[in-house]
Design a binder for this molecule. Sequence first.
Ligand SMILES: Cc1ncc(COP(=O)(O)O)c(C=O)c1O
Length: 309
Amino acid sequence: MKPFPGALGAIGNTPLVRLGRIAPPDAAEVWIKLEGGNPTGSYKDRMAVSVLGRAVGSGRLSAGDTVVEYTGGSTGTALAFVSAVLGLRFTAVSSDAFSASKLEAMRAFGAEVIIEPSENGAITPELIQRMKGRAFALAEAPGTFYADQFGSPDVRAGYSPMGAEIAAALDGRIDVLCAAVGTGAALMGTFDGISAAGAGSKVVAFEPLQSPLLTTGRGGPHRVEGIGVGFEPPFLDRETLTDIRAIDQEDAFAMCRRLAREEGIFCGASTGLNVVGAIALARELGPGGRVVTLGCDSGLKYLGGPLYA
Ligand SMILES: Cc1ncc(COP(=O)(O)O)c(C=O)c1O
């Protein structure tokens, strides 16, 4: 792909840092890719620029067209940002069940946000189906483009540069890549990038213990935004995985608070969960090994909620 225009050039090339205080001394190294430094504070900027940039590049989408997606927030904010730069309109189908700040962030980038009403703020399968139906109906209109965050191959491809950046920073020596999965695109796409750079690694996926669909077949309610979507992650390639582990969300929340105070890493709950899992793997691997995980987004997105209250 050509270099991204304008503010899109600020996507990627994020820092990869080694945990100094939180990682135990008698364990493998733990490295974390700090993706909160992307323009909208999340690694979702990578998938948004991949999906929309490739669609514009191939002529499937043109300036003035309308991009449509159903979304609870981070993906919508990233699509709204990239749409603004590329001169596209963006319509998000969302709900009052999602955090007001994420809806406001989409509007700040000029998005039209259509609200499907929830019952008392609950995120239910019925609500998601309603949002999806509305988005599909809107995408029928001429001059609209359905971004397809759960199906477009350009979503997974968008994370390949993250893998290339990690491989370059660590001279290709990575023992384990691990991360929690929503769609599975970030974990698998990052692994694709590591592999394309000629480096190998084991790949371990995480999910919340409170919704252990992948490890037990039974999902459930949980409070880690962005992961544990309640269905098989569309981009997760089980053949490639070494292991899938369920991690307690309460440990993830506590880890977020420790990361901020002890390492200066300000993140959301999925990142806390990633670090809890990465440290367990580092203990198993022992000194001399190297574990890499993803810092999905910035803690700024969660101020006002219970995580840092
Ligand atoms: C905060 C956060 N963490 C993790 C994920 C999971 O990423 P992926 O869908 O690429 O598996 C998401 C996806 O929405 C997210 O918003």
